[in-house]
Design a protein. Structure first.
Length: 171
């Protein structure tokens, strides 16, 4: 996608997320600082930081694990794994993902059965395995990332909802 198309599609996806019921029901939200080919989350992060009473968690890759930290602004993030902006563990409070009400998940591809394909290291699948059953798992994807069927292994964790610029998929 061109940068302009990606921005327009990202804005549409974030608008659908904000207009849906998921954010209003959550007090602790885990999401990601986006990289080049992902749905862009920087504007959403700014909006969430401004909401009183809301806790925002961002991940940091530590070994084979994603560890989540409370973050109140993007200026305090530092380049980490593969140059991805991550919380500095010396400046942010670790918070188990099991406390999150909502987790927004990136990925390379998804299917209509709400399976996702990540980057192959299993970071998000392991993290999602720690979530309480009530935690809502929302994938943010471009419609072009939809596949007929994503290969699924025993450790893969499905999503509850996938939002694209064209459609909302849910069970």
């Amino acid at each position: 996608m061109s940068p302009e198309s990606q921005k327009g599609a990202s804005d549409c996806i974030i608008d659908q997320l904000v207009q849906g019921p998921w954010l209003s029901q959550a007090r602790i939200i885990a999401l990601y600082a986006s990289i080049k080919d992902e749905v862009q989350t920087s504007a959403l992060l700014q909006e969430l930081y401004a909401r009183p009473g809301l806790t925002v968690l961002l991940p940091r890759i530590t070994g084979d694990e994603l560890k989540f930290y409370r973050v109140t602004d993007t200026q305090s993030l530092i380049p980490g794994y593969s140059g991805i902006l991550e919380p500095d563990p010396d400046k942010h409070q670790f918070t188990p993902l099991s406390q999150a009400d909502l987790i927004l998940v990136p990925g390379l591809a998804f299917d209509e059965h709400l399976n996702r394909l990540g980057k192959g290291k299993g970071h998000y699948d392991r993290a999602l395995g720690e979530c309480k059953p009530a935690t809502i798992r929302v994938g943010l994807f471009f419609e072009a990332a939809k596949l007929e069927k994503v290969p699924v292994e025993d450790h893969d964790q499905p999503l509850n909802v996938v939002i694209t610029e064209k459609k909302i998929y849910q069970k």
